[in-house]
Design a protein around this ligand. Structure first.
Ligand SMILES: [Zn+2]
Ligand SMILES: [Zn+2]
Length: 163
């Protein structure tokens, strides 16, 4: 599955105060169907492109960090535009601040980042029909699935992030 074909993908919030550029393709794109993502997006799922935070280059503005509870109990740091409050990315999970979960819908060309894997499909809204053969997990995948889903390069980048 091709990830961002354009190596200089740009994105931003709705009011335009915050603009960013991804300096490489993401490691992996998650489509999360958990109830938390449904509530936070007000929709059926969240689409997150996972990338090293140092590959997110700010072109304009400074997103504001908002501490938000997460399903894991560890919390997440949500980065929002200080003016229009649109969420641009968040930090959570094992890699902490080193990994940014970019909201794919904030990219200028969100079509470039289709999901590599569907997670928490146990709470998927029933009208959402996944493509035939899509990688999908009722909760989350395990470490042994990572090379297949991320590809060898993506798996190595993720491992480097986790330390
Ligand atoms: Zn804004
Ligand atoms: Zn989720």
């Amino acid at each position: 599955m091709p990830k961002t074909p354009s190596p200089q993908a740009e994105g931003g919030c709705t009011c335009g105060a915050v603009r960013y550029r991804l300096t490489s393709e993401p490691i992996v794109v998650h489509c999360c169907h958990c109830r938390w993502c449904q509530r936070e997006s007000g929709s059926a799922f969240a689409l997150n492109a996972v990338i090293e935070t140092d590959r997110v280059e700010l072109l304009a503005g400074q997103p504001e960090s908002v501490a938000t509870p997460s399903a894991s109990g560890k919390g997440q740091e949500v980065l929002r535009c200080p003016a229009c409050r649109v969420t641009l990315w968040s930090h959570y999970g094992g890699a902490g601040k080193a990994a940014a979960f970019i909201r794919v819908g904030t990219l200028d060309d969100p079509d470039a980042c289709p999901p590599d894997v569907h997670i928490f499909t146990g709470s998927k809204q029933p009208w959402v029909v996944l493509p035939e053969g899509a990688e999908a997990f009722a909760v989350f995948y395990s470490g042994k699935d990572v090379p297949r889903i991320y590809g060898e390069v993506g798996a190595a980048r993720w491992k480097a992030l986790r330390g």
